[in-house]
Structures are given as structure tokens and as C-alpha cells.
Design a protein. Structure first.
Length: 281
């Protein structure tokens, strides 16, 4: 890229998916074309294009409820890094959310956290990504659970809103509908959702009244899937980390949940065992 020909900032569209997936693959992230489709349909993507029109950097904002906007998919091609492109995209995200009266939230990687801190974001919660390699499905779904049915979607969205702190029913419905089984629900008010990923199935969100219920929900997923699995678990539930380790998961990397401005109400953090993913919150 010639210094006299700066990258063009423009809105992302579904037609950019090949370029966006190239960014995901270079970074080793787990998103799929379907993930991009739902984020661009429910939110707003922006990217920086080179003179040939290829997207070489990206960021997405997702509106949740009336007060929160989630920032995700901040990606920059390797040969474009350390030139201020991520900061430029973040500034555009922040301007959009402030203009709409929304607090900006995100889950930061260790590499991204210093950038967000300089922009005024403050950390509120630690999250760890746990990974389990492929192995044969084991056991059977525990008693007291049942597969999610289409008629459960409103109930599931309400449970997620209680845990997350703000409603996002369209996102929750999309995660559920893209998989068979949709996930599992516990009679005492717990739910586990999942979705296919580029290199591993993403387990989450999980909300549950206690660690035992969260463990039973996880065991239902382990009984159904033998592929590689990832789960972004909340560090504030230490008993859940012990449970994950006993089931063959190991920590891959941390995230920090950060907000710019006053955080949204934290929901019911004691019920939040795993998030939907750092790009979704």
C-alpha cells in the first residue's frame, strides 16, 4: 500500500465474506461465513480496503437492548499491522455507539487490551478460552435436561438476558436455530447453546443456577459431539474451571471484558458460566 493512497473506510457487506474469512484464517480465529452473515445482518461492519478493493482490516458493532453496543471482529492483516488501522476502526465504532447513546463493550485479547485501555476502556471481568481436542462422544445426556425445542426460544432468550444483562433475542435465536440439536435446557433454569466453528465447535453461552447444573449441561454436549470443542468460561466460576479440566479441556488464552463508560447492569453474573464468544459477548 502506497503512503499516498490511504486505505478506504467503507461499510462491510456479505460480498466481502471471502476477504473477511481470509482475515479470520490468518489470525487463527474460529468464525465461519455464517457468523459473519449474522453479525453483518444484525449489526454494522466497517472495513479498510486496499486500492484493489480487498478488505484488509475489519470491525463490527452489534446493538444489544437499548443501551449496549458490542464491538467485535477487530482484525488487521499481518502486513497492515502497527499502522493505526485498528485504532481508526475502533474510533469509528465508538463514534457510532456514542451517537446512538450506547455504552461500548468488548472482550479483549491480551494483544488488544493495551489498545482498548488507551482509548479509555476499563476491564470488569476475566474470561478464559478452554479447548478440548477431538475425541469420541462420551456418556449420555443427564437426567433433568432436554433438547431445546423451537417453542423454547423466548424462554432461552429471557434466561440469556438475565445472565448477560441485556436482551439479544435475535442473536440467541440464530445460534439455536443453526444447530441440531439446538442445545439443552434444564428444568431449574439452565441453558447451553452451541454452534459450528471454523476449527472447533463453540460451546456457549451457558447460564445455570449452579456449577452442578452447568456441568450436566456440558456433559450433554460432550455426549453429542466428538469434534474439537472450545468454550469461553468466566473465571469468576472457579469450580467450573476445575470441572472443565476434569473433562479434558485445557486453557488456551485469556480475555478481558471491558467497557467504555458506565458498564451495563451486570445481569446475574453468578449464573453466567460461559459466554457466546468474544465477538458476541
Amino acid at each position: 500500500m502506497d503512503a499516498t493512497d490511504p486505505p478506504k473506510l467503507r461499510a462491510l457487506t456479505a460480498g466481502d465474506t471471502p476477504d473477511l474469512m481470509a482475515l479470520v484464517e490468518e489470525a487463527g480465529w474460529n468464525q465461519t461465513p455464517r457468523d459473519w452473515q449474522i453479525m453483518l445482518a444484525q449489526g454494522k461492519g466497517r472495513g479498510l480496503a486496499d486500492p484493489a478493493g480487498r478488505i484488509r482490516a475489519s470491525a463490527v458493532t452489534l446493538p444489544y437492548g437499548d443501551a449496549l453496543g458490542w464491538i467485535g471482529m477487530v482484525l488487521v492483516a499481518g502486513d497492515w499491522r502497527k499502522r493505526g488501522h485498528a485504532t481508526r476502526l475502533l474510533a469509528d465504532c465508538i463514534e457510532e455507539l456514542r451517537g446512538a447513546g450506547r455504552v461500548a463493550g468488548l472482550d479483549a485479547t491480551p494483544a488488544g487490551e493495551p489498545v482498548y485501555t488507551r482509548l479509555g476502556f476499563a476491564g470488569t471481568e476475566r474470561i478464559s478460552r478452554w479447548r478440548r481436542p477431538a475425541r469420541a462422544p462420551q456418556g449420555a445426556a443427564a437426567e433433568g435436561l432436554r433438547p431445546i425445542a423451537p417453542g423454547d426460544l423466548a424462554r432461552i432468550a429471557a434466561l440469556d438476558a438475565e445472565s448477560f444483562g441485556t436482551p439479544r433475542p435475535a442473536l440467541i435465536a440464530d445460534i439455536a436455530r443453526r444447530s441440531d440439536p439446538m442445545g439443552w435446557i434444564a428444568g431449574e433454569g439452565g441453558v447451553l447453546l452451541h454452534r459450528a466453528g471454523r476449527n472447533a465447535r463453540q460451546i456457549g453461552p451457558i447460564c445455570a443456577p449452579d456449577t452442578a447444573t452447568a456441568g450436566r449441561l456440558l456433559d450433554a454436549a460432550l455426549a453429542a459431539f466428538g469434534e474439537p470443542l472450545v468454550i469461553d468460561a468466566c473465571d469468576a466460576r472457579p469450580g467450573f474451571g476445575t470441572l472443565l479440566e476434569a473433562r479434558g479441556f485445557s486453557v488456551e488464552r485469556p480475555f478481558t471484558r471491558m467497557y467504555l463508560g458506565t458498564p451495563v447492569p451486570p445481569g446475574a453474573p453468578a449464573r453466567r458460566f460461559a459466554i457466546a464468544g468474544p465477538e458476541l459477548g
